[in-house]
Design a protein around this ligand. Structure first.
Ligand code: P6P
Length: 334
């Protein structure tokens, strides 16, 4: 499906219909990736329902255990993890899963599955109890290990440019699914009463610049001079807006549509950056590249970072091209 044909699609096209049409433009597609995207959409509908009822059932608050990241797991983190694992395992298209909530790669025993998925089942979960938008972020790779065998570490270590698809679901004032398979970024809005995602935003192009900057100002004193000078100039630029909700998917989606930049520099507590490379930064970096934005760690495009560990972290500057170009010059010309 070309960009023009995407633009021609009427709103009212379901995600299923869109996936089927897009599959036609992939010569050798046999439907596995299409089915995998449907499996992710199904899990997100179930997780979205749990989130919307969180205050009515005893699923808010802490689960009482820390994950491998050393973060206190929220009950909904655990529920979302279970739901996405179950959908991916039962869907049969995935031979392995890497989840933020699990120490090691999960073998699905679908040895004929052609894909692996790296996923943050529910990002921003500290916001769950206070009703702030949260999200799921996913990254899909074609396996490099032989069909008919278990998934391997190497299947997940292919690097950001080898992603077959990447996207996120934002559980906000409405629930949207945004993803790319390398042919543009499209957005689908969930219609609760019908249980369907409907095509709502074609071939998203990020504004080349913007007035919004998203950063945790509490760490300001720990930032490098280049970051401080960038923030200082953002603050004095006309119409500047500081917007940071502590939920990456929410901040990212707003900036993607309106233009802006999200910054997570090195801090005392997170010297290598806080965000995770495989299931946060790589997928969002691919979305940005497809939408005309940029994603860097300060010195290189995030998609070019060579992965070495499954829960590897990285510094992240995600945003409009001109803002990232400006920041990059300041960091490189220190
Ligand atoms: P801080 C949530 O834990 C998260 O990974 C992102 O969703 C969010 O943008 C960031 O961390 C918030 O981190 O250190 O500002 O609380």
């Amino acid at each position: 499906m070309t960009t023009e044909s995407t633009l021609a699609l009427p709103v009212g096209t379901t995600l299923d219909r869109f996936i089927m049409r897009q599959q036609e433009s992939f010569a050798y597609a046999k439907g596995e990736l299409s089915q995998l995207l449907r499996d992710i959409a199904l899990a997100s509908k179930i997780v979205g329902r749990e989130i919307n009822r969180a205050g009515l059932t005893d699923i808010t608050g802490a689960f009482g255990r820390d994950n491998i990241q050393g973060e206190s797991q929220q009950k909904l983190d655990v529920i979302a993890n279970i739901r996405f694992k179950r959908a991916l395992i039962n869907g049969g298209e995935v031979c392995g899963i890497l989840s933020e909530e699990e120490d090691d790669i999960i073998q699905t025993n679908n040895y004929n599955g052609k894909y692996v998925v790296a996923i943050d089942p529910l990002d921003g979960s500290s916001n769950i109890d206070v009703n702030v938008s949260i999200g799921t972020i996913f990254s899909i790779y074609r396996r490099v290990s032989p069909i008919g065998t278990p998934a391997t570490f190497e299947d997940f270590m292919q690097g950001g440019r080898r992603q077959a698809a990447a996207g996120y679901i934002l559980y906000g004032s409405s629930t949207v699914m945004v993803y790319t398979t390398g042919k543009g970024v499209n957005c689908f809005t969930y219609e609760n009463s019908l249980g369907e995602f409907f095509f709502s935003n074609a071939n998203i192009q990020m504004p080349v610049t913007g007035k919004i900057y998203s950063i945790n100002d509490a760490y300001y004193d720990e930032f490098a001079p280049s970051i401080k000078s960038f923030i200082a100039d953002m603050r004095v630029s006309s119409g500047a807006m500081a917007r940071y909700i502590g939920s990456l998917v929410g901040d990212f989606h707003r900036n993607l549509l309106k233009g802006g930049i999200y910054l997570y520099p090195p801090t005392q507590k997170a010297k290598e950056g806080k965000l995770r490379l495989l299931y946060e930064c790589y997928p969002l970096a691919l979305i940005l590249e497809q939408a005309g934005g940029r994603a860097i760690d300060g010195t290189q495009n995030i998609l070019d970072i060579v992965p070495t560990k499954v829960h590897q972290r990285c510094v992240a500057y995600l945003g409009s091209k001109n803002l990232i170009d400006d920041l990059e010059q300041r960091v490189l010309n220190v």
